[in-house]
Write a protein that binds this ligand. Structure first.
Ligand code: ZN
Ligand code: FE
Length: 255
């Protein structure tokens, strides 16, 4: 059974980048390339050299280092087939595609909403999903290019992954997300205790990413638009899931 080392590193003010490394083949893939220097430093720290980059979406904080990283390493870049805004893609993928990295299967999940081109990468054998700016710990991405229905449908796809899946998102937004989440779901005991542990981690400058999908399902209000207690809190018992989700997203935008 092939398995990968997963290394998470911070860059910019609140971004996380990921390296996937195979000890068997020596190959190393980066999820996104927002900062070429930070990526290079992460590779150097581990003594790895870059063979692949998998891009989630076109935003600069995920792609600004792409051209330099490619020039430095000659790596192969895979990214969203729907985007014309990402230069230097060697291969494009669409929803439902699967491909191999170092003998490990990667499934492509298209999750539009934050952007139209957003691709998430699910690695069943590693129990890991890389959600870009779609699903955050206790949050979800802003709707820059899509609408609430699009994002809710995208989140529904992620909700169907096995609950034991580890969720790697691209930003450390968790503490701010927590302050908002409790206004939507104030009686949720799992949320209350999660917030305590989040505040403790951040006070010690520790990452709150990754998280488990099971805890997101219990505590992330953006995954819980169908939960009766949230509908009651918002006085939206008879609204559709999309309407409830849109209301939660709108409140967060103004929080
Ligand atoms: Zn983004
Ligand atoms: Fe981002």
């Amino acid at each position: 059974m092939p398995s990968l080392d997963i290394f998470q590193y911070p860059y910019n003010s609140d971004n996380y980048g990921i390296l996937l490394h195979s000890r068997e083949t020596g190959e190393t893939a980066a999820i996104d390339a927002g900062d070429a220097n930070a990526l290079q430093a992460a590779l150097k720290d581990n003594g790895w050299s870059l063979s692949h980059i998998f891009i989630t979406h076109h935003h600069a904080d995920h792609t600004a280092g792409l051209e330099t990283a490619k020039k430095n390493s000659n790596c192969k870049v895979t990214g969203p087939g729907l985007s014309s805004q990402i230069p230097g893609l060697d291969k494009t993928v669409v929803h439902g595609d699967t491909f191999q990295f170092a003998g490990v299967e990667i499934q492509v999940i298209h999750t539009p909403g934050h952007t139209r081109d957003m691709m998430n990468f699910y690695l069943p054998s590693e129990n890991a999903v890389f959600t870009g700016d779609t699903l955050f710990a206790l949050g979800c991405g802003r709707l820059f290019e899509g609408d609430a229905e699009m994002m809710w449908n995208s989140l529904e796809l992620l909700k169907k992954l096995p609950p034991e899946t580890t969720v790697y998102c691209s930003h450390e937004y968790t503490e701010a997300n927590a302050s908002f989440a409790i206004t939507i779901d104030p009686e949720n005991e799992d949320l209350i205790s999660r917030i305590e542990s989040i505040r403790e981690k951040r006070a010690n400058n520790q990452p709150t990413v990754p998280s488990k999908l099971s805890e997101e399902l219990r505590t992330n209000p953006f995954l819980r638009a169908d939960a009766p207690e949230i509908r009651a809190q918002l006085n939206m018992q008879h609204a559709s899931d999309v309407e409830v989700f849109a209301e939660i997203r709108a409140r967060k935008d103004n929080f």
